[in-house]
Design a binder for this molecule. Sequence first.
Ligand code: 0A1
Ligand code: ZN
Length: 882
Amino acid sequence: MRDANPRTVYLKDYTVPDYLIQHVDLNFTLDEENTRVVSRLTMCRNPASRSSDTSLTLAGENLQLIRVVLNEDNELGDKDYLQTPDSLIIHDVPQQRSFVLTIENGIDPKANTALEGLYLSNGMLCTQCEAEGFRKITYFLDRPDVMADFTTTITADRDRFPVLLSNGNKVGHGNLPDNRHWVTWKDPFKKPCYLFALVAGQLECVEDYFTTVSGRDITLQIFVEKHDLDKCGHAMQSLKNAMAWDEQVYGREYDLDLYMIVAVSHFNMGAMENKGLNVFNTKFVLARPDTATDADYEHIEGVIGHEYFHNWTGNRITCRDWFQLSLKEGFTVFRDQEFTGDRTSKAVKRIEDVNMLRTRQFAEDAGPLAHPIRPDAYIEINNFYTLTVYEKGAEIVRMLHTLLGADGFRKGSDLYFERHDGQAVTCDDFVSAMEAANGADLSQFRRWYAQAGTPVINVAQHYDAAQKTLSLTLSQYCPPTPGQPAKEPLLIPITTGLINKDGSPALCRLQDGEAAEQVVLQLTQPEQTFVLADLNEEPIVSVLRGFSAPVKLAMNRPLDELAFLLSHDPDTFNRWDAGQQLAVQVISGLIVDYQDGSELAVNPLLIDAYKKVLAHPWEDLSYFSLLMTLPSELYLTEQMRVVDVEAIHYAREAVAKALAEQLREPLEALYLKHHRDESGQFDAGAIGRRRIKNTCLAYLARLDADWVQHWALQQFNSAKNMTDQLAALTVIVNHPHPASQQCLDSFYEQWRHEALVIDKWFTTQASSPLPGTFEKVLDLLDHPAFDIKNPNRVRSLIGAFSQSNPLHFHAASGQGYQFLADRILELNSLNPQVASRMVGALTSWRRYDEKRQGLMKAQLERIISTPAISKDVYEVAVKSLA
Ligand code: 0A1
Ligand code: ZN
């Protein structure tokens, strides 16, 4: 292992920094292989430090130290400091007054395949410093509670690096001999070093402006490679939308005069909120109707919003330590979810978010890597950029919004911004601001930050005809998670409504309360009964409306009650979810039949329910498409005690095929009704029409009929937008089709110069359920367009196969597992962060049958016993075996 005995960092060990940095003056002389950094730090002892040690330890990795100078003229020698593989310890520094420490070091960006620190992407130099990448640039107090103002001067060759960017405002520039030039940037806002950024390269820029609510003009710039200039329009519009939204909804205005976004092809994550200079994965910037799908367009707006919103929730107010990551991420995800909901369809956005939470985050919460949204220990912080910290973190913020109401929540966020602007704070500070602004007591609610696991809620109902009351008895139970055998009860808001038997809404009145369309039941005890009054007949209960808490609802409802809710629930989330639960029950029955070798006969009640959905005059066609979509194989996986990938696949397919056969006419009519070209139109109407049409095509493809194959081929050939072209290609690749290879080849030829489209080409093939997919994936590894050093490519092939193709990845032979472990070991030395993410597909090994368990476990054991394993990969693999 790189680090024979990796150190665990604990939240309980947090202490304030011993030194503070007031000012950072950075000087970069750029070169692909030998960049020189001169860092001049104005520092002082932290008066709050309790340590008596007078040495100074700075973090630094992979740096060639050139010289260290104290207070301008005192060049330190070997005896004055100690260099370790990850630090520089200066034995003695002034304690009573501030001092200036100048450090000069060299770095090799070209050798940096981990994409953390300063690295090369397609000839461009760029940085990624969150969480602990700044220490790969220069020695520093690399922790978020050390906030300083930064001045950065960059010098480079004018031809190779005509554009030189960093945070803040450009305050000087000039030319130098030998075709060189320099630029100085000054960021007036104090920030931790994880928000530092530098970008240099042959970039072109699209420029626009935004006038803020107080009348300031902000220059907006998006930097891309030249051939991508025509794909920036949507990102720019999204940025303007996000700026306006944050002013309207949170009263937050942008603070600098310039907002820059740079798109890079090599990026470990989605994007990064560096102050005034966001660095984005190209995937979340570039879009043209013919290259990006409707989903891409939506994700771009969401991620642009996310990074922009970080300017207040993350940058102006940052995290005290990395255990508080959800402070900025949970809140910012909540903000971006609401933004997207307001911009598109609230109903659809909520369903999509919950779908992801219930499949992927619930799995994390139920597995060996379960952790609270505020973890209390880590080996490698990069492993904690998880669905739990982000998505469950957002659910916790959403619950505060539900409990306090929109106005109360706004009061709380206003107070939070007022109290903590310019500070590095904790999750607790956030909850305290919410409490203080509302006079609320959130002490029990705080447990959500500390407890891992998904609570299970049981619901029992009793109607008393004489009293005209309905008693709802709710109970909560949270299964043990690693290190947390017993859990305390949580405060869980459960939004509940009632529906009369004729489908009309019944008013809800808690005893002593006002009658309302719905109530928020606050479950605080392990078991608690709520009595609803004035009910002339027993109503149907609609529980957990809008998915008001990240919990599992254990309600065994009869199928006809679910069908009733699918027809009548006015809550768009619960209406959709009733359909999902109905389908889950039917498919679950068929899974058992499949395992018994019985015939798979689909319950007509399900067909009838879908028939009714098809007959309804829906306005929101995207929502309609979601109602028509069966629960995914991954969601079904979550419902099974011992996962049987084949049974899940074939049972689900049997239902899809039955629906296609029995509802062929309306599906066909719907397809034909909306089969027109609306390329370039991205209003909700056009997006919805494409979505429902392609949902119908995917059903009809199950008929394996010549005419459907023809429709798919025709759509593929004539499509002028990527949504339609890719939907057709997916149908062609997922079902036997005579033109399958020909379509794949022509798609490749058409798009070989558009990397993001070629990613889709890889993903489509890696996700196919047809036989031969594994061999195809092996071939694709050798394809000239495959590049293991590009994270998007790795995700598009290896990630898609292992995380979105359960049928083939979990092949009984274990070949999928071995394949993945081989790739993880290959990636381990190149890019530990990406390698560690790939381990995810093996961590749920306990959920499978004994034979598969053994095969998966063997690969995990092989991984941890590999001598050069990174601590990133080691932590995930070792914890999943524990
Ligand atoms: N803060 C970014 C996500 C991010 C995290 C880590 C990174 O590199 C290790 C890069 C980006 C966000 O939430 O958007
Ligand atoms: Zn974020």
